[in-house]
Ligand binder design. Structure first.
Ligand code: D5M
Ligand code: FE
Ligand code: ZN
Length: 512
């Protein structure tokens, strides 16, 4: 594109382009496609597009981000049959030797480094800060907190951004709000004035231990920062063309389920067996869609009810041996046609460490399952199914989001899931219900943007979308437990959610 067209394109989209950025775009002979992609990527709060916006786009599309800018290509090596016969599409009808077609894109399994020492927490939070602050830096130009003490020449003291981890949140006696931010150079309280009702409302969403950016100005005595705006790491705004998806024909599907709780006396076996019959193609009523194009089954944790998970659980168990519970689960899953590849991620009822991230189930359990079509991953884990990235997270942090945020509830768990994406973090609150293991790397940071975020845990089901990411909480296969009766939690049981891996169309099918 020629220079004048580039300027015009950016202006029409509502952005100014600085000289450096313009030079770079002209010199790299950017096509209109590249420019449109950059435009769609820029945060809508941006006014002047600088070189940073362009280079960060290039870096991101090379290294980290995903769909739709660098559509992920399955990394599974081709089978011999595929190599010798390029037309081979795989006839999977009950083929015992079928290879597993699941790409594990990120997973803690065999990567755990922690032993739980204090120093490790320091390192864990350092990693969280550095990775999330990097993402925020793509949205705002920030300065180290320490540097606020010294006024520099040419300083625009009215318009400074800082990025830090939230150490404290307080309301002053006058009704102002104080958010204490910490970065590696220092800490500063940021003040949100009571009269700034809009910002006060935004600030009510700030959580302890998360990393945010605050724009504002240092107060004269330098001990305080007056906030004008708050930013989160965020995922790119929607705006790119969905044409590719729209023109695609329906294809193979994945079924997403969660929280089966096999072994509990509230496990809904009848509905479950109907579900299995459906997967086997044995249900042919008009209401239920056909299952012949199902290629994957993804289970997002709490496969079994476990033992000793909560006080008095023994009274609610049908199978009171955890090993026997997994044997039963494996028996059920063996009835599923072999051409369906099963992915199992653990939850807080499963027999792995409670601290998250959780590795996959141990060998003595996984060997009970059909190894040809079952893949075990940790929690969280990102898997690629036919080029679609699914971030699987059991969702224990939803309990912490509900407790901390006024807008989040159990009725619609996808609200909490949106908050995860906005923060690029699955479990920001430390010291709540989620026991965080201090790994060297913060495995909850959402580096790669998934196509689908799949959670369970809260036993309520819903589907929604946030900035082109499909959010699915797939509910449970357990009816209301005694505990849930006491807290009035009404579960959505016996639902299978299907996702078309070509069009990303979703559907909930009820088996009760
Ligand atoms: O959790 C299912 C849901 O119920 C989840 O939102 C937590 C909540 N729950 C379940 N048991 C308890 C107890 N004992 N205390 C507090 N909250 C609870 P699940 O992981 O399936 O048990
Ligand atoms: Fe559960
Ligand atoms: Zn759970």
């Amino acid at each position: 594109m020629i220079e004048s067209d580039i300027i015009k394109t950016f202006a029409q989209a509502g952005y100014q382009l600085n000289a450096e950025a313009l030079k770079a775009l002209v010199e790299s002979e950017s096509t209109s496609d590249i420019i449109n992609t950059i435009l769609n990527r820029i945060d809508t709060n941006t006014i002047v597009v600088s070189l940073d916006h362009i280079t960060s786009f290039n870096e991101e599309s090379e290294q980290t981000t995903s769909h739709p800018y660098d559509p992920y290509t399955p990394t599974r090596p081709k089978t011999e049959e595929e190599l010798t016969n390029p037309q081979y599409t795989g006839d999977k009808e009950d083929d015992e030797n079928d290879t597993c077609e699941i790409d594990i894109l990120s997973d803690i399994t065999n990567q755990s480094t922690c032993i739980g020492e204090y120093e490790e927490f320091v390192q864990y939070f350092r990693d969280r800060y550095s990775r999330l602050s990097e993402l925020i830096r793509k949205r705002v130009d920030s300065r180290p907190i320490e540097s606020l003490k010294k006024q520099q020449r040419g300083d625009d003291r009215e318009n400074i951004s800082i990025i830090g981890m939230v150490k404290d949140i307080k309301t002053t006696s006058n009704g102002h709000k104080l958010i204490e931010l910490e970065d590696p150079t220092g800490t500063i309280p940021a003040l949100i004035l009571k009269k700034d009702e809009k910002l006060l409302q935004v600030a009510s969403h700030v959580l302890y231990d998360e990393v945010i950016g605050i724009t504002g100005s240092p107060a004269r005595d330098m001990g305080l920062f007056i906030a004008r705006d708050i930013v989160w790491p965020e995922i790119p705004a929607i705006g790119y063309s969905l044409k590719n998806m729209e023109t695609k024909k329906p294809g193979k599907k994945a079924v997403l389920i969660s929280d089966t709780h096999v072994g509990s006396n509230t496990f809904l076996e009848d509905a479950w067996l109907r579900f299995i019959s459906w997967l086997r193609g044995e249900i042919n009523d008009e209401k239920t869609p056909a299952s012949d194009n199902i290629k994957y089954l993804v289970i997002a944790g709490d496969l079994v009810d476990g033992i000793g998970i909560y006080p008095g659980q023994d009274k609610e168990l049908l199978i009171n041996d955890v090993y026997a519970q997994y044997e039963q689960a494996a028996e059920y899953l063996k009835e599923i046609p072999k051409h369906i590849n099963i992915v199992i991620s653990p939850g807080n009822h499963d027999a792995v460490r409670q601290a998250e991230p959780q590795p996959c189930l141990p060998d003595e359990i996984t060997r009970l399952f059909n190894k040809n079509n079952t893949t075990f991953v940790g929690n969280p884990a990102m898997v690629g199914l036919d080029g679609i990235k699914i971030l699987i997270y059991h969702g224990r942090s939803i309990d912490d989001f509900v407790a901390a945020m006024p807008n989040v509830n159990y009725r619609d768990p996808t609200i909490a899931m949106k908050e995860m994406l906005k923060r690029r973090h699955l479990s920001p609150i430390y010291g709540g219900r989620v026991l965080i293991a201090p790994e060297k790397k913060d495995h909850f940071v959402i580096d790669k943007i998934p196509d689908i975020l799949h959670c369970g845990h809260v036993h309520t089901a819903n589907i929604s979308k946030y900035r082109n990411v499909t959010l699915i909480n797939s509910g449970t296969w357990q009816s209301q437990t005694e505990f849930q009766k006491r807290v009035n939690l009404k579960p959505d049981p016996a639902i299978a959610t299907t996702v078309d891996l070509n069009t990303l169309q979703t559907q909930m099918i009820k088996f009760l």
